[in-house]
Each structure stands twice: as structure tokens, then as C-alpha cells.
Design a protein around this ligand. Structure first.
Ligand code: SF4
Ligand code: SF4
Length: 283
């Protein structure tokens, strides 16, 4: 089963939920945990370091042959992203603007543009626990092609068994790419006005993509009526409530997982996975 852990805003505890969920599940079945928060991957911090394999991610960008280019300007006119500027004596290419669409190659009447590989990130694969594979996508500094790195991380993770994807916060293209082709989404929120506002945005994305979802309320102070009411009104289940607990914060701050040190939390996260499975099967 493919589950995304997402949230409308950063700092809600999304990675904590994804890490604990994967760890709890891995005691009984193989699990792949995929860090799709490629601008700031942090799931590796919860697991022991060990041997890992790195694979670079490249995108295709144009390479212009100045001996063939006639400076006609067609490529600059075609590129909707402003990645090509045709000057008096050369064509300037701004790789950070390029979306790798390949259109300029088709548009060039002189056949002066060839494809070249440009590195944008790295996929790291490790096996930090028995039964657990961690796939981490990392976007290169200065690069903007998060979607390409997320796509590569998802491909590396494959399609079998339990796969837990930790999405980047928000509701933009990287989140949509992470959700694509998955079966269930856990939306992590807090019972604050900002939390609820961003939950509504994230829920809108999952609904438009036709992906069933449920909510985990994190850092609850016991006064979650507004969040509960929101979930009732939108007919989405509250899957779990995690209290505002100093011990959980300390455990997390020390780089480990509450499910690793407390069997009752391991059981709670295993139950969360089973609830997701039941809801997906019933959807
Ligand atoms: S590949 Fe697409 S985005 Fe990149 S420079 Fe060419 S037209 Fe622009
Ligand atoms: S379209 Fe081709 S020939 Fe025309 S400016 Fe661009 S690279 Fe040069």
C-alpha cells in the first residue's frame, strides 16, 4: 500500500509521523520509506547511519552548438520559462529556469540544439533497520527541479509492499508529484487557526486528485473541537491524536522515534497503518 504523509504547512510533525509509521510497520513487514521533502530531507536523522548507495539525478537541458546556430531567435521566443535569451552574438542559457521540456530542440530550425545532462539532485538508498529501506531524495543546492528528484526517488522505491512517502509541506507541484499514483494520504495538522487553514488547502488537493485521506492531529492540547468539527463537516476521519508531550519532543530532538523506545506508541502507529488500509479498501 502506498501512503503519503502530508501537511499544508511546515513544522506540523509530518516527518515524525512518517518515520514512526514506517518503523512500527517494519517490525512485521518490509517497508520502504521515501523522503520526498527533497529541499530539506530529514528522515535520515531518525535512523542509524549505515552503508548507503548514492545515485545522481539528471535532467535533460539544451546544449547549443554556436557553429550551427544562426541566432534566429526561435528558441528564445519558444521558451515560456525565460531560460533562453538570444543575443547579438550568442544564445544565453539560464539552467535554473529550464523545465527540461525539450521544446527548444524542436523549435530550432537549424538543428543547433542537442540534449545534455544536468545534475539536479541525488537519491540515497540505505537499510537502517531490518525490513526497512530508506530512500532519500536531495535537491542540489541552487537547483529548482524538485519534481524531477521526487520522481526519481519514487521510481527508486518501486511499487511493492508498504511504501510511505513523506511529502514536502504545502500544496504546490512537489506535493502533487508525491501524491501522484498513491492510495491514501495522512494529513498531519495542529489545532490552530493556521493549521486548520492549511489543512483545508491540503485536503482540497487530495480530494481533487481522488485520493482518500484521514487526519492526524499533532501536538494536541486536548482542545481540538475545531479540528474535529472540520473533519466531521468534510467527512474525513480523525485517525489519531498525538498529545503535546514534552517526552515526544525530547525523543524526537535526540534523533530517535517514540515508537522505537515505547512499545505502546509502536502499537499506536501500527494501528494507524491498519486504519489507513481499511479506509482505502473501503473507499
Ligand atoms: S528545454 Fe524547455 S524549458 Fe528548457 S530551455 Fe528548452 S524550451 Fe526552455
Ligand atoms: S533556434 Fe536554434 S538557430 Fe535559432 S537562435 Fe536558437 S539555437 Fe540558434
Amino acid at each position: 500500500m502506498k501512503i503519503v504523509v502530508a501537511s499544508g504547512k511546515g513544522g506540523t510533525g509530518k516527518s515524525m509521523v512518517a518515520g514512526n509509521l514506517a518503523f512500527a510497520l517494519s517490525s512485521g513487514t518490509p517497508v520502504t520509506l521515501v523522503d520526498c521533502d527533497v529541499e530539506e530531507p530529514d528522515l535520515h536523522l531518525f535512523f542509524p547511519e549505515g552503508p548507503c548507495a548514492n545515485t545522481p539525478v539528471h535532467i535533460k537541458v539544451p546544449h547549443i552548438n554556436p557553429d550551427v546556430c544562426t541566432l534566429c531567435g526561435e528558441c528564445g521566443d519558444f521558451c515560456a520559462f525565460g531560460a533562453l535569451l538570444v543575443g547579438k552574438d550568442r544564445v544565453l542559457f539560464f539552467p535554473e529556469q529550464c523545465h527540461s521540456c525539450g521544446g527548444c530542440m524542436i523549435a530550432c530550425p537549424a538543428g543547433a540544439i542537442e540534449e545534455a545532462d544536468m545534475p539536479v539532485g541525488t537519491i540515497t538508498v540505505s537499510h537502517p533497520e531490518k525490513n526497512l529501506t530508506l530512500v532519500t531524495g536531495t535537491l542540489n543546492e541552487g537547483a529548482i527541479q524538485s519534481v524531477a528528484v521526487i520522481r526519481a526517488a519514487k521510481m527508486m522505491a518501486g511499487n511493492t509492499g508498504w511504501i510511505i512517502y513523506d511529502a514536502s509541506p504545502g500544496t504546490s507541484c512537489p506535493v502533487v508529484e508525491t501524491l501522484e499514483g498513491t492510495e491514501f494520504c495522512i494529513l498531519v495538522t495542529e489545532s490552530t487557526p493556521f493549521g486548520l487553514h492549511d489543512l483545508a488547502l491540503a485536503l482540497d488537493v487530495t480530494m481533487q486528485m481522488g485520493i482518500p485521506s484521514g487526519v492526524v492531529i499533532n501536538r494536541s492540547d486536548g482542545r481540538d473541537e475545531k479540528a474535529q468539527q472540520f473533519c466531521r463537516e468534510h467527512k474525513i476521519p480523525v485517525l489519531a491524536t498525538i498529545p503535546f508531550d514534552r517526552r515526544i519532543a525530547e525523543v524526537q530532538g535526540s534523533g530517535t522515534l517514540i515508537a522505537r523506545i515505547d512499545p505502546s506508541w509502536k502499537d499506536r502507529f501500527s494501528a494507524l497503518a491498519k486504519d489507513c488500509l481499511a479506509l482505502w479498501e473501503g473507499s
